[in-house]
Design a protein around this ligand. Sequence first.
Ligand SMILES: Cc1cc2nc3c(=O)[nH]c(=O)nc-3n(C[C@H](O)[C@H](O)[C@H](O)COP(=O)(O)OP(=O)(O)OC[C@H]3O[C@@H](n4cnc5c(N)ncnc54)[C@H](O)[C@@H]3O)c2cc1C
Length: 456
Amino acid sequence: MKIVILGAGLAGLSAAEELARRGHEVVVVEKEPFHGGLAATIKRDGFVYDLGPHRFHTSNDLILGFVKGLPGIDLLELDRVSRIRLLDRYFDYPLSFSNLLSTMPLHRGVGMMLSFLREKIRGISAPREQESFEGWVLSRFGRGLYDLYLAPYNKKLWGIEPSQLSADWASQRITVPSLAGLIKETIVPSKETVRSLVSTFHYPRGGIGEICRGLASGITEMGGSLLFSSEPTGLKKAETGWCINFPNSHIVCDKLISTIPVNSYTELLGNILPEEVHRAASNLKFRALVFLTVHLNCDIEPLDHWIYTSEDRYLFNRLSISRNFDPDVPSQVVFEYSCQEGDDIWKMSKEKLLETTIPGAEHLGLFSAETVLGSDIIRRAYAYPIYDLTYAKNTSLVLDALEEIADCVTCGRQGLFRYNNMDHSIEMGKFAALEILGEASVKSHFNWDENTWADG
Ligand SMILES: Cc1cc2nc3c(=O)[nH]c(=O)nc-3n(C[C@H](O)[C@H](O)[C@H](O)COP(=O)(O)OP(=O)(O)OC[C@H]3O[C@@H](n4cnc5c(N)ncnc54)[C@H](O)[C@@H]3O)c2cc1C
């Protein structure tokens, strides 16, 4: 069989690798000039950096074994260090009750506990709605912690009010279920390791993009091909299978796997899908990210892999320190700015962004303007699927309609509009390959409970 795979991120390459290994002809079509998608390592002009902090961790031994076995991979095992910068001090991330209380100014600590008790009393007579992030978090943590960190951070990350954000995001990301849970965890730590508390992770020497490099070299060795800087203009049903159109050419194939953003995919399918599916797909929105990497001629003190910065004084919402992942890369900090494609942050020049970033970096004691050797910028329009209050309805309408079309499968973070981790995308790709071969299905393989996708 000849199978075309759209997208050369982890999901697309994993699907292609599985199919090539089973003797099928695969062609991977990627719009960027490089592979990796969100898990790429950018290498240009002396810069070597990932798109934000990427730690590889999985509870699936088969996926870990698969990654370890990729050609040329040298997986380091690291102890995670990550913190939150708030009120000019550092708090542990993930949050712990003892650290919160001992680090917070006394009046805030007391306020946090009182507001939590108020919520518990309110819950008896007037329970909060549980559909939104706001209702879910307030009822479990109280207003003190909500106003201090959980609301401002999430507003900055998502660009919408927490009342407009689905509670699914909270239940997926906040794995300790309440302030009471945090207290209990401090007194009697649970035996089961909660995913966001996993304290060690793997990282490939040379950058996270090494995983995709290993996948891609396996695919080409087995005779598969990768087409870069190639963006289809339409997908049409052929006599048997599919015709993928490009501006000046086309490819005919038997089957198709898509890992590109689900709304780009539905657009390519055009009138194969009814209007109501297009309407639902256009309501699925993605949050964009701008990454600014700053090269330095000095070492950086903090040992953190990454630091969250929810306060308005920092335009960036997170920073990561590359050398704490791999000691062999240059001294550099990668800043992330959450935004919408086309807005003011998205359009900001590298120079302007650097200018607005330096005071924050100085305030954090990371580096000063004199130590900056250079900077690089990259923008990604599809970083996070936005779980607004209508996302679940729209996603299932679109995915149900796509399932009805023969000889094609959509998968991956963008293809399923699912906030997932790297191991999930690898597994989704492999199961999409099996689905194409009629041996399994992505939908029935995964448990679609929010716990499956916890933390990233
Ligand atoms: C800042 C950040 C930090 C993260 N940290 C972690 C972490 O620590 N641990 C973890 O496990 N996960 C992490 N993740 C998640 C992880 O990066 C993703 O789950 C994974 O890389 C997604 O892979 P994918 O192949 O499904 O999607 P993508 O990587 O998005 O791949 C989709 C590919 O399709 C291509 N494409 C798009 N449109 C078209 C088109 N029209 N035609 C052709 N090609 C197209 C894209 O260029 C891309 O290469 C993080 C994500 C972000 C954004």
